[in-house]
Design a protein around this ligand. Structure first.
Ligand code: CUA
Length: 325
């Protein structure tokens, strides 16, 4: 009864697994194969469990006669060896057959023109788009992809091991200091999704996420062209305060003298889905609160708190950054 209850409870819990961060609600080819593998294994496991429990109940409650030595031997041979071996071989065969879909490997020649480099940091994501033509485009804490095109990711880390996972698109891949791991993903459905860091990397591991925006190919190219431009922002006074307050030591804002590389590139912060690696919406208020209290909002973050700055200065910087689209 307890096991049955557990099963019912986990099925109910799984029913909640839909939406922007669920491997069971796939929006890409690899994730669809992962979801299929899960359902087939879960269904087969349930059937096998039911058969074993049924046999157990039959043997302990219903059957009163003792088996002959010959019949018992046959039961052990079939029930204990042949049938399990056959079932496991079938399930293994199915999993092996799905493997090329789950982690497709394409030859360099047939790779798409787009390669996205993602580097794990404490606790955010450095993102760089490498195009077949043109200079690379830098961003942070957000990955945008064209729908229907296979995109190659190069995954690295500069501090500890992080893990990159977009559950709706495919399996996860670790980001390991000193090596570059390669992952390819193909999105099948436009939308906005979410990816978490899936390797414990320190105090704010649970606060390390990123948004994933899958766009129509034309929209994607237009967005990328926009990202390559520099936008002056609306509140120019905030730019002076930003420069004067020392922010350029860590941050880059394209088109200004800020070229720091320690922290996230802020060039188009206003156009991003989230602030502080997937934990806050982008607004002047959230930007201001992160400037003043990053140690509270994201413990362990490398960003020092700037609550000693006058409130008006923080507000000016936030207004300027929010206007950078
Ligand atoms: Cu980065 Cu966990």
């Amino acid at each position: 009864v307890a096991r049955g209850f557990c099963l019912a409870a986990s099925l109910l819990a799984l029913g909640g697994c839909s939406g922007i961060q669920s491997a069971l609600d796939p929006a890409g080819d690899e994730a669809a194969s992962v979801a299929r593998l899960f359902w087939v294994m879960a269904a087969a496991g349930t059937l096998i469990w039911a058969a074993v429990v049924g046999t157990l109940v039959y043997a302990t409650r219903r059957r009163r006669r003792v088996y002959s030595e010959h019949a018992a031997g046959l039961l052990v041979l079939w029930g204990g060896a042949l049938v399990p071996a056959l079932l496991l071989a079938l399930l293994l065969g199915h999993a092996l057959w799905l493997m090329p879909n789950i982690r497709p490997w394409s030859e360099p020649a047939e790779r798409a023109g787009l390669r996205i480099e993602v580097n794990g940091e404490q606790f955010w994501w450095r993102v760089r788009y490498h195009l077949a033509d043109g200079p690379p485009v830098d961003s942070a804490n957000e990955v945008r992809l064209p729908v229907g095109e296979r995109v190659e990711f190069t995954l690295t880390s500069s501090d500890v091991i992080h893990s990159f996972w977009i559950p709706v698109l495919g399996g996860k891949m670790d980001m390991i200091p000193g090596r570059a791991n390669r992952l390819t993903l193909k999105a099948a459905k436009a939308g906005t999704y979410r990816g978490p860091c899936t390797e414990f990397c320190g105090t704010s591991h649970a606060l390390m996420a990123f948004s994933v925006v899958v766009m129509e190919p034309d929209d994607f190219r237009a967005w990328l062209a926009d990202q390559a431009e520099t936008s002056p922002g609306v509140e120019a006074s905030g730019q002076d305060v930003f420069i004067a307050s020392g922010c350029p030591a860590c941050h880059t804002v394209a088109g200004t003298e800020a070229v720091g590389t320690v922290g996230p590139d802020l060039s188009h912060l206003g156009s991003r889905e989230t602030l502080a690696a997937g934990i806050l919406p982008v607004s002047t208020e959230t930007i201001a609160s992160f400037i003043s209290d990053p140690d509270v909002i994201k413990p362990g973050s490398q960003m020092p708190p700037f609550r000693m700055l006058p409130e008006a200065d923080i507000a000016a910087i936030a207004a300027w950054l929010e206007g950078l689209e």
